[in-house]
Design a protein around this ligand. Structure first.
Ligand code: ADP
Ligand SMILES: N[C@@H](CCOP(=O)(O)O)C(=O)O
Length: 321
């Protein structure tokens, strides 16, 4: 479930009275998602998503996230558009939390993407990168190299209770990443969490990208690495070369990767696998009593990291070169 904050009918009606989007016909909490509270909202003027930001989202980052969605939507990307209230402001307060209303996107998230989905995703990712080029705001990636050490420190002592040898493996890998991490790749706005649950499809086409709450400024190819990890592995942890080839070709048809990005792809894949292993590990070890959200498996990303350790060239991900 992801309804951490309950909203009463009265609170919602009062909130909506500050907007020009009609009155409530119905609203319903959304089970999917882990970070924030989301409601489907049907008003006399249409369908929307009401989001209440929970504690893990830093309020100071909200102008960046909302401004980015407005920028990308204006550029024609299918992403939610934050709706302004009558004062011309998107960010409000509801039930004691920062809250916004965003436009509803049609489509479904695919659980088991095909190579065709991966190709379409690659194209959508590249279009996002191009559309983000002239966005004026920046936000550092707090979940990159400098953030991994502190995350690991929170989990190191208990890591071996999750898998034998995990602490030593992770320590070694962090040292290697520190040495190998590329510093001067083409950078810009990245989504940084474009997993299958954050991409909607209608048939074979991408109909929408959601959940921009990890978006930041970082190497564009790092976003490609995140997507290779999230979309191109099978349940048995094997890498699906056909899917990787399709995604990379879809991406390159819109934005060609530069030689330095191609060379860095294996280390970027290691880093991205490390990032998701670590955040999952910390969550896994800190499930609050009575929590209704099931933590995600950190070992899925430990296994992916192990695959990437043996990759010598981006060709092994399906890059034609
Ligand atoms: N703009 C939107 N249009 C349609 N459905 C949405 C939209 N935004 C969110 N949702 C629904 O809400 C769910 C949770 O949203 P998400 O932003 O991923 O939450 P969280 O940040 O908590 O992970 C999504 O899986 C989707 O079902
Ligand atoms: N994609 C991350 C977790 C973040 O979840 P989301 O619901 O905000 O996409 C992971 O898989 O670890």
């Amino acid at each position: 479930m992801a309804v951490y904050t309950e909203v009463t009918d009265e609170e919602l009606s009062a909130f909506l009275a500050t907007y020009d989007i009609g009155t409530v016909l119905s609203y319903k909490g959304i089970a999917e998602g882990v970070e924030n509270t989301n409601y489907f909202l049907h008003t006399t003027q249409g369908f929307y998503i009401l989001t209440l930001y929970e504690k893990r989202v830093n309020e100071a980052d909200l102008p960046f996230f909302l401004g980015l969605m407005q920028h990308l939507a204006k550029k024609g990307l299918n992403c939610p558009l934050p709706v302004n209230n009558r004062q011309g402001v998107a960010l409000g307060r509801l039930a004691g939390r920062p809250a916004v209303i965003i436009t509803f996107l049609e489509g479904v998230a695919v659980r088991r993407p095909t190579a065709q989905h991966c190709a379409a995703l690659g194209g959508a990712l590249a279009r996002l990168h191009l559309a983000g080029r002239d966005f004026a705001m920046t936000r550092p990636n707090v979940l990159s190299l400098s953030g991994w050490g502190p995350l690991f420190a929170q989990a190191e002592k208990q890591a071996d209770t999750v898998s034998s040898g995990l602490a030593a493996r992770t320590r070694r890998e962090l040292e290697n990443l520190e040495k190998d991490w590329p510093r001067d790749l083409p950078a810009g706005i990245i989504h940084a969490d474009l997993f299958t649950d954050n991409v909607f499809f209608i048939g074979p086409d991408v109909s929408g990208l959601i959940d921009f709450y990890f978006a930041c400024t970082d190497a564009l190819a790092y976003d490609v690495a995140i997507c290779l990890n999230a979309w191109c592995f099978e349940a048995d942890a094997s890498y699906n070369l056909t899917k990787g080839r399709a995604m990379l070709a879809g991406y390159q048809a819109v934005r060609a990767l530069e030689p330095a990005e191609i060379e860095a792809l294996p280390v970027l894949c290691r880093g991205s696998a490390m990032r998701f292993m670590l955040t999952r590990l910390v969550d896994w070890l800190n499930v609050p009593p009575g929590a209704l959200v099931k933590p995600k498996d950190p070992l899925e990303y430990d296994r992916k990291l192990n695959f990437h350790r043996h990759v010598k060239h981006a060709r092994e991900y399906g890059l034609d070169s």
